[in-house]
Design a protein around this ligand. Structure first.
Ligand code: SF4
Ligand code: SF4
Length: 58
């Protein structure tokens, strides 16, 4: 499951939201929310994040 493991790095740029094939990521104000039920762990969001704020957490 990806998660914002380094929240202070997140720029709220929305890149991860746009890249998610399952629309599992929503930007709510300054918070990224990931719908665990929708996520297929493709890691696209992790690769897309320009600052490496998103990481896979097990
Ligand atoms: S790992 Fe893939 S499916 Fe899961 S939130 Fe990231 S982009 Fe979406
Ligand atoms: S791509 Fe990275 S910096 Fe941009 S909103 Fe997502 S987690 Fe934050």
């Amino acid at each position: 499951m990806p998660a914002i493991n380094i929240p202070e790095k997140c720029l709220h740029c929305g890149a991860c939201v746009g890249v998610c094939p399952k629309q599992a990521i929503v930007l709510e104000g300054e918070k990224i929310k990931i719908d665990k039920k929708k996520c297929i762990e493709c890691k696209a969001c992790v690769l897309m994040c320009p600052v490496g704020a998103m990481q896979i957490k097990r």
